[in-house]
Design a protein around this ligand. Sequence first.
Ligand code: FES
Ligand code: FES
Length: 79
Amino acid sequence: MSDPVVASKTPYSTQVEEGKSYFWCACGRSKKQPFCDGSHKGTGFTPVKYTAEKTRTVFFCGCKHSGKKPLCDGTHAKL
Ligand code: FES
Ligand code: FES
């Protein structure tokens, strides 16, 4: 498994809804960032499920190198 593609060097500010699940793209190849569109096929990556505990804005990692996937932890600043 190679490194994930850096889809964006900044996080995706996203409004999530309480109780709803989201599938974050881990491989960086999706055309529907920050979410999985199936493009990971054959890469060894699989999406990371995120279930929102409440309705709010979260910052999904765009660089795919966060230590707190699927959310941004600031690692993008060091890439
Ligand atoms: Fe990237 Fe599915 S498209 S994990
Ligand atoms: Fe990946 Fe911030 S966008 S750590």
